[in-house]
Design a protein around this ligand. Structure first.
Ligand SMILES: [Zn+2]
Length: 175
C-alpha cells in the first residue's frame, strides 16, 4: 500500500517512542559491499532476495533491523549526532535514500530527515505494538528503514525517523 504525503499527515501523531525490544548492538560495521553481491549505488533494478539469502550476507545487527524491523537503541546510532555534507544510501543494497541537506537535529535519538528521495523509499501502514505508524522501506530491496511522522520541520512537516544501521553515508568529498 502506498501513502502520499497527504495521507501521512492524516496519520495520528506519534512520538518517536519505539516499543520494540532494543537489539544488542555489536561492534560490527555495516556490510558496505563486502561479500554483498547485491550492493550497488548505481544499479536501481528492483531486488527480490529472500531473507534466508540476506541472512547469509548481512551483519546480524543490520539483518535484525532491515529484515525483521527491529529498532536500534535511541542515542546509540552513528548518524544520530552527525552533520557532514553528503548522501545517505541503503546499507543493505546501496539505493539512494537521503541528502544531508534534509537532515535536521531532532531530540528523539535517531537520525531524522524532513525529506526522502522519492525514488528511494516507499511507505506502509504499520499498526504493530498498538500504534498506528507509517513504516518507511527501501524501494529497491524492501528493507525496513524506520518510520515517518508528521511533526517535522518545514517545508514538508515530516520527520523521517531512521535507524543509523540501515544507512550508509558517503561524504561529498568522495565524489
Ligand atoms: Zn535497499
Amino acid at each position: 500500500m502506498k501513502f502520499l504525503v497527504s495521507d501521512i499527515i492524516l496519520i495520528f501523531l506519534q512520538a518517536c517512542e519505539q516499543k520494540h525490544q532494543p537489539i544488542k548492538m555489536t561492534l560490527m560495521e555495516n556490510t558496505e559491499a563486502k561479500n554483498n553481491p547485491y550492493y550497488s549505488r548505481t544499479d536501481t533494478a528492483k531486488l527480490n532476495i529472500s531473507n534466508e539469502e540476506w541472512k547469509k550476507i548481512l551483519a546480524p545487527d543490520l539483518y535484525a533491523i532491515a529484515r525483521e524491523a527491529a529498532t536500534e537503541r535511541a542515542f546509540t546510532g552513528k548518524y544520530n549526532e552527525f552533520d557532514e555534507i553528503g548522501e545517505y544510501y541503503c546499507a543493505v543494497c546501496g539505493n539512494h535514500l537521503f541528502r544531508s541537506t534534509s537532515k535536521f537535529s531532532s531530540s528523539c535519538g535517531w537520525p531524522s530527515f524532513f525529506e526522502a528521495d522519492k525514488e528511494g523509499v516507499y511507505y506502509k501502514r504499520d499498526q504493530s505494538y498498538g500504534m498506528d505508524r507509517v513504516e518507511v522501506l527501501c524501494k529497491r530491496c524492501d528493507s525496513h528503514l524506520g518510520h515517518v511522522f508528521d511533526d517535522g520541520p518545514k517545508p514538508t512537516g515530516l520527520r523521517y525517523c531512521m535507524n543509523s544501521i540501515s544507512l550508509e553515508f558517503a561524504p561529498d568529498t568522495q565524489k
